[in-house]
Ligand binder design. Structure first.
Ligand SMILES: *Cc1c(COP(=O)(O)O)cnc(C)c1O
Length: 412
């Protein structure tokens, strides 16, 4: 008899985005005249086309694949040297941070990396997760059997939830007791909060003290405008001894549909084996990639490399400026209608407090019905998200401006 992985049965049904889709559909059917006016500000996907430097690199790489002399089959599982070295040089060494080319592992996405990393970690770890949170961190731990069942609020037994509230500027604080593994995401999805150097230093100090591992998701690093804010966990002294960093080309180069990301595993990072001996994680991740992955396609890695050329860098800057221009327009409109708005200054997401007495879903329904704009209810990201909604700046300028005009007319 074949048994299934019963941990999957503990997963709460994907509730948030299907429920949003259901309510939008019901509204559009009840109000056909308003259906074409609906503006989606809920999506976490980019809207603008790929930078021209990537398109040119893709065309060149396709032509190489068309000729016997330049055709490529399987590449290195860890990524081509040209891309690993461009990443390590531009994202780290040019900023004074020590990362070797072979500490960079190229992959098909940060979502996958965040889940796959559990392959090389033990099952006895206590795991801390921010609340609200990017749901992938939670669900992959449920699938791996690291939790008990969920309670009525959707919280899983065995996970240590770290509340993110206005009191801590939506950046979780190290708990009093030790945890073995902690997920941090900065700039944050969904709150748009960015950890300061001091906040990250507190986490690194905590991790070194307790021999914990920090899983640092920096997918939105390119959106940081304030020069005082850290882009990488490795800007913090000691991080090479306690942190893995995830980066993605999805939100800077617009690669959500192209698929390319990378993970940094320093060779100086150790974790405990079953005999109480500390050993490096780097060889385990290397082995995991070599066994379960066959690399990102050559043409996509050439496209990612093109993001680091001077033209590519300027084009990425334009994309970020576009989305952050939308963020400013939306932020000012929401503030003008009296709402308290967080984020949106070093991140593409705005985290908006609902008016007093309104739940996240009540705000969602009112905004949909009155001004035909779709937002994301904060409660879908965790218990602490109740009383907030998320607004995404991934949109055309025309849509952002129109949504802003409509918010100005909104009466709560
Ligand atoms: C979009 C996003 C990523 C990137 O995921 P990919 O699989 O690389 O597209 C990672 N983390 C967070 C929090 C995100 O929102």
């Amino acid at each position: 008899m074949a048994y299934l992985n019963a941990h999957y049965l503990k997963l709460k049904a994907g509730y948030l985005f299907p429920e949003i889709a259901r309510r939008v559909k019901a509204f559009a059917e009840a109000h056909p005249e308003a259906a074409s006016r609906i503006i989606r500000c809920g999506i976490g996907d980019v809207t603008e086309p790929l930078p021209p430097a990537c398109i040119e690199a893709l065309h060149r790489a396709v032509d190489e694949m068309a000729r016997r002399e330049t055709f490529r089959g399987y590449g290195p599982e860890q990524g081509y040297e040209f891309l690993r070295s461009a990443i390590a040089q531009h994202d780290f060494r040019n900023r004074g941070l020590e990362v070797a080319d072979d500490e960079v592992f190229v992959s098909d996405g940060s979502k996958c990396d965040c889940g796959n990393i559990l392959d090389i970690l033990g099952h006895q770890n206590t795991i801390a997760i921010p609340d609200p949170v990017y749901p992938v961190y939670v669900d992959t731990n449920v699938m791996a059997g690291h939790t008990g069942p969920a309670d009525d609020s959707g919280a899983y037994a065995g996970l240590r939830y770290l509340p993110c509230t206005p009191d801590n500027y939506f950046v979780p604080e190290p708990p009093r007791e030790p945890v073995d593994v902690v997920y941090l995401c900065s700039p944050n999805n969904p709150t748009g909060a960015v950890a300061t150097r001091a906040q990250l230093q507190a986490w690194v100090d905590y991790a070194l003290r307790h021999q914990s591992l920090i899983l640092f998701d920096a997918a939105y690093e390119a959106y940081i405008a304030d020069p005082a804010l850290p882009h990488s966990i490795y800007e913090i002294p000691g991080a090479r001894e306690c942190a893995i960093e995830f980066r993605s080309f999805s939100k800077n180069g617009g690669f959500t549909g192209v698929r390319c990301a990378y993970t940094v595993v320093p060779k100086t990072l150790l974790a405990m084996d079953d005999h109480g001996q500390r050993r490096p994680l780097h060889p385990l991740w290397n082995r995991r990639m070599a066994t379960k992955f066959n690399g990102v396609s050559y043409i996509v890695q050439r496209a990612a490399e093109a993001l680091y050329t001077p033209e590519g860098q300027a084009q990425v800057r334009q994309l970020i400026d576009h989305y952050m221009g939308n963020a400013r327009i939306l932020r000012e409109a929401l503030q003008a209608c009296g709402l308290t708005v967080y984020g949106g200054q070093n991140a593409p997401y705005l985290w908006v407090k609902t008016p007093p007495g309104w739940s996240s879903w009540q705000a969602f329904d009112a905004i949909l019905e009155k001004i035909n704009v779709v937002v994301t209810p904060g409660s879908g990201f965790g218990a602490q998200g109740e009383g907030y909604f998320r607004l995404s700046s991934f949109n055309s300028r025309a849509n952002a401006e129109e949504a802003a005009r409509r918010f100005a007319t909104m009466k709560w």
